[in-house]
Write a protein that binds this ligand. Structure first.
Ligand code: GRF
Length: 211
């Protein structure tokens, strides 16, 4: 894919459902100019999401899109896609967005939706990834940023970071250390994707210099 929005600052749409600490890491990276982009809008499917407050504090427009106002998942996704396109968004970042993203969104933003997941995919997709890792007994887990496809947590991987699992870890202590890596990785992955010069080869995201 060529560089998104060549010559102008790319606009991000960030989708959240809760705490919004990954959103905060993107806000901070933009503020520190480690990420040359603008967050055009933050959308939540939950009214009380703490992330909405973080966005408002940073002066970013927010929208609460209530799933109950729509007949089904596709209707919701169509409205979401319309809203993001209207705002000029070119890259969508899922940051703890607890909904599956369906066809209308994938069609509107092909290879332009990112997600952060708290495991080394393809291990432990879905909910409670840190608990899954702990219960399985792996010695190393981590964080993954990947492109979103129809397959849950299954799209091409942009960046990963590993985190050791310690003998005395609880789900909370492990999740906290994984989160540190998520916060480091996500803005960096967004920067790489916005930079362009990459393509998808099979399942792999390959950068031009390495082709
Ligand atoms: C993160 O662990 C993320 O990987 C997962 O949901 C959590 C969201 O946390 N998809 P936050 O809302 O960004 O603080």
């Amino acid at each position: 894919m060529s560089r998104i929005e060549k010559g102008s600052r790319p606009l991000l749409g960030v989708l959240i459902s809760g705490r919004g600490s990954n959103l905060q890491s993107i806000i901070d990276a933009v503020a520190a100019r480690r990420l040359e982009a603008t967050i055009a809008i933050v959308v939540s499917n939950r009214a009380g999401a703490l992330g909405l407050q973080r966005a408002r504090e940073a002066g970013i427009d927010t929208t609460y899109l209530n799933p109950r106002d729509f007949a089904g998942r596709d209707d919701y996704d169509r409205a979401l896609a319309r809203l993001l396109v209207e705002r000029g968004v070119t890259l969508v970042c899922l940051a703890g967005f607890m909904r599956l993203v369906g066809r209308p969104m994938l069609d509107a933003f092909p290879n332009r939706i990112l997600n952060v997941h708290p495991s080394l995919l393809p291990s432990f997709p879905g909910l409670d990834a840190q608990r899954q890792a702990l219960e399985y007994g792996v010695r190393v887990t981590g964080a993954t940023v990947h492109l979103v496809t129809e397959e849950l947590d299954g799209g091409p991987i942009v960046l990963q970071a590993s985190v050791p699992v310690l003998d005395d870890d609880t789900v909370d202590s492990l999740a906290a250390r994984v989160l540190v890596e998520e916060h480091r990785l996500y803005p960096e992955a967004i920067r790489l994707v916005l930079e362009g010069g990459w393509s998808i080869v099979g399942r792999r995201l390959v950068r031009a210099a390495t082709i």
